[in-house]
Ligand binder design. Structure first.
Ligand code: TPP
Ligand code: MG
Length: 331
């Protein structure tokens, strides 16, 4: 990964930096709590944590406008929190309770919010990519100026349906940003072992889709790249590819023994590249905040997460009759 960190004094306000700090910290603490609840047996099924990748979604969301859409894979809790979905509703869905976004019937990988324009949560690798182009097709058809963020992983980028989608998105000049979250691994397989060309952002060249790579551990760099991509799409120039280079600290899912990489590799990333620590340092060295103020922010975030965990335990399990609802769309 390029070791590019914003070295010169960034041109951002205190409020903006603090906002990114809070948004990323919320994701981190929420995910840590989800990991604990999973360990306690309160969350069943699959659970893929986003810890380490927080700057990706927070940086990208910083360039969105009301009405823009997002769709992603199963590693989706961060995307939900970053677009403003309620942590209580997300956590209660993880514990399979009535107060969850899918009334406790979807779980970690199957949550949606029409209100926040979040279209899931998809467990089949790569399946959300054509769906994302479809959302963008509707926006183009309706001439509403909206952009769709279609997120997928480095592993998913090797799937055939991605290239069928690139072809159509370019042909029809759809307003879609393909965000490749390159965390260097697809389950236990490293990118080096699985991928012929390491520069995934160039994969759109054959279709005339511009692309660029960005340091996904630097929220400001991600935001700048997101603004550029959004401007491209909104001006009617068609799709754009952003390969965001990032890293996941935890296993692929909660049941991953992580034998495919060394502890030292993970620790080095945590110590040297952590996206939250990066912004914390900018806040402190720029004298935007004191240690005490940041401690108060940490507490505020911890309280929100604890409340969501409490809610997710108190909310009842769905009633038996719910087995028969939400199967077909109402006519
Ligand atoms: C079509 C399909 N094949 C295989 C799987 C099993 N599987 C789940 S996640 C995954 C790896 C995907 O890696 P990547 O796209 O890099 O995303 P990440 O998990 O790193 O976020 C695989 C192979 C699946 N869910 N769907
Ligand atoms: Mg990956």
């Amino acid at each position: 990964m390029a070791a590019r960190r914003t070295t010169k004094k960034p041109n951002v306000s205190k409020e903006e930096l603090l906002g990114y700090y809070k948004d990323m910290l919320l994701i981190r603490r929420f995910e840590e709590k989800a990991g604990q609840l999973y360990g306690m047996g309160l969350i069943g099924g699959f659970c893929h944590l986003y810890i380490g990748q927080e700057a990706v979604v927070v940086g990208l969301e910083a360039a969105t406008e009301e009405g823009d859409k997002r769709i992603t894979s199963y590693r989706d809790h961060g995307h939900m929190l970053a677009c403003g979905m309620d942590p209580k509703g997300v956590m209660a869905e993880l514990t399979g309770r009535e107060g969850g976004y899918s009334k406790g019937k979807g779980g970690s990988m199957h949550m949606f919010s029409k209100e926040k324009h979040f279209y899931g949560g998809h467990g089949i690798v790569g399946a959300q990519v054509p769906l994302g182009a479809g959302l963008a097709f509707a926006d183009k058809y309706n001439e509403n100026g909206r952009v769709t963020f279609t997120y997928f992983g480095d592993g998913a980028a090797n799937q055939g349906q991605v290239y069928e989608t690139f072809n159509m998105a370019a042909l029809w000049q759809l307003p879609v940003i393909f965000v490749i979250e390159n965390n260097q691994y697809a389950m236990g397989t490293s990118q080096q072992r699985s991928t012929s060309s390491q520069e995934i952002y160039k994969r759109g060249e054959a279709f005339g889709i511009p692309g660029e790579a960005v340091d996904g551990m630097d929220v400001l760099a991600v935001k700048a790249a997101s603004e550029k991509a959004v401007a491209h799409c909104r001006s009617g120039k068609g799709p754009y590819i952003l390969e965001v280079k990032t890293y996941r600290y935890r296993g692929h899912s909660m049941s991953d023994p992580a034998k495919y990489r060394t502890r030292e590799e993970v620790q080095k990333m945590r110590d040297e590249r952590d996206p939250i620590e990066g912004v914390r340092q900018l806040l402190l060295t720029g004298k935007h905040a004191t240690e005490e103020e940041l401690k108060a922010v940490d507490k505020e975030i911890k309280d929100i997460v604890n409340e969501s965990a409490e809610f997710s335990k108190q909310s009842p399990e769905p009633a038996l009759e719910e087995l028969w609802t939400d199967i077909y769309a109402e006519a």
